[in-house]
Design a protein around this ligand. Structure first.
Ligand code: COA
Length: 385
């Protein structure tokens, strides 16, 4: 499989008081079109990723609105898979091209959360859990993940200093990303004063709530070649799901859907873990990055924390992870997140990631998950052109 990424667009992430959801969608889409050198009329189909707009803004039907802002009549609709909405939309766009029905597809993700109260946002997020079992008992996503994190941290004797290092590293990376929600360093000392959100997760262990949008334009390789300029390829985009109610799982700390999706993605791309030069993974909470890297197969269980302390996952390490700042520092406008990961990795593979650019990366991997590791997509990109 080979699908070309021919254009990318990405608004800043953060508290964007003066911009509406449609402003953000329009900006990301127009930037991606300009990047690809295309006119709106050349888009065959639009897939829009969003989770919370119907609940928080009273606005659904975003597919048609995303086509409207471009003045086109191509088919367009919304895809929702909680925090993995963006990558499931990418996967749907790829499949539209693979079916032979579409040549050029736009995939847009957007979320406008900061206008709502934290209570409204937390309630909206919890619509991605089981209403009868988890939501109705008062659980929130930080509290559910705290249960999982506690088991994981205790089992592998991971210290406060070790899992803090994930957030410290990602904030440091975010300083090099002008579009990131937080562009400042944090230190180990800051954790001592950080408010507890759900023990063992403090404010500084949590990804923030953000506004923002991202967009990519995908096409057949033949069309990409006709444009006469370098493009980046997606060579695998595989998905899996796990039980929504975490109490139904055989293990709370093995992220089964992540492992299943990764195994399928590596098989599809015909690559080994050692081929991957750079990753963007779903660090919604600091221990999540460690668990995800292990479930993806990059480290043995319990060993990602030590590697993180040793600097393996930094810009200068052998396995750079979340150079964008990750969800922790770049921000997490839910529907945009999975698409923003592809934008970041496309920039890395094109050599356009500026202050955070690696030297000649060839293969990149994105991991995006919705719920507590419930809906997962693993995408592998390559610089082949
Ligand atoms: N990391 C670092 N700083 C943060 C932050 C975060 N995650 N969230 C907020 N802040 C900062 C704000 O910028 C603000 O700073 P300021 O006073 O200098 O302006 C301050 O902390 C207070 O922000 P506020 O918006 O009042 O925070 P909050 O208490 O409403 O929300 C959380 C904080 C952690 C509860 C919220 O971000 C959250 O729920 N995060 C998890 C989101 C989630 O569940 N995602 C789904 C993953 S599956």
């Amino acid at each position: 499989m080979e699908i070309a990424v021919i254009g990318v667009g990405h608004t800043e992430f953060g508290e964007l008081w003066t911009q509406s959801l449609l402003d953000l969608i329009a900006r990301a889409q127009l930037e991606a079109l300009a990047d690809a050198g295309l006119e709106p009329g050349q888009i065959d189909e639009i897939f829009v990723a969003n989770m919370c707009a119907p609940q928080l803004l009273g606005q659904a039907h975003l597919g048609a609105l995303a086509a409207d802002v471009l003045g086109i009549n191509s088919p367009a609709f919304t895809i929702e898979a909680a925090c993995a909405s963006g990558s499931f939309a990418v996967r749907s766009g790829i499949r539209a091209i693979l079916s032979g029905e579409s040549t050029v597809v736009m995939v847009t993700g957007a979320e406008k959360l900061m206008d709502a109260s934290i209570e409204q946002v937390a309630t909206s997020f919890m619509s991605a859990s089981t209403r009868d079992v988890e939501h109705s008992k008062g659980a929130t996503f930080p509290s559910l993940f705290a249960l999982v994190a506690r088991l994981y941290l205790e089992k592998y004797k991971i210290t406060r200093e070790q899992y803090a290092q994930v957030s410290i590293k990602n904030h440091h990376h975010g300083k090099q990303n002008p579009l990131a929600h937080f562009q400042r360093d944090i230190t180990l000392e800051d954790f001592a004063n950080a408010p507890m959100v759900a023990d063992p997760l403090t404010l500084l262990d949590c990804s923030p709530i953000s506004d923002g949008a991202a967009c990519i334009i995908l096409s057949t390789v033949k069309f990409a070649k006709s444009l006469g300029r370098p493009y980046v390829s997606i060579i695998a985009c595989e998905a899996a799901v796990d039980c929504v109610n975490i109490a139904d799982r055989a293990s709370l700390i093995d992220l089964k859907a992540t492992t299943l999706a990764a195994d399928k993605a590596f098989a599809r791309a015909n690559l080994k873990h050692s081929d991957i030069d750079v990753l963007e993974v779903h660090d919604a909470f600091s221990p999540a990055e460690l668990m995800v890297l292990e479930s993806l197969g990059f480290f043995k269980p319990g060993q990602a924390a030590g590697a993180t302390m040793d600097g393996v996952t930094t810009t200068t390490g052998s396995l750079p992870v979340n150079l964008s700042g990750g969800l922790k520092a770049k921000g997490h406008p839910v529907g945009a997140t999975g698409i923003a990961q592809i934008v970041e990795l496309t920039k890395q593979l094109r050599g356009q990631a500026f202050g955070r650019q690696l030297k000649d990366p060839r293969y990149a991997l994105a991991h995006n998950m919705g719920g507590i590791g419930t809906s997962v997509v693993v995408t592998i990109l390559a610089q082949l052109s």
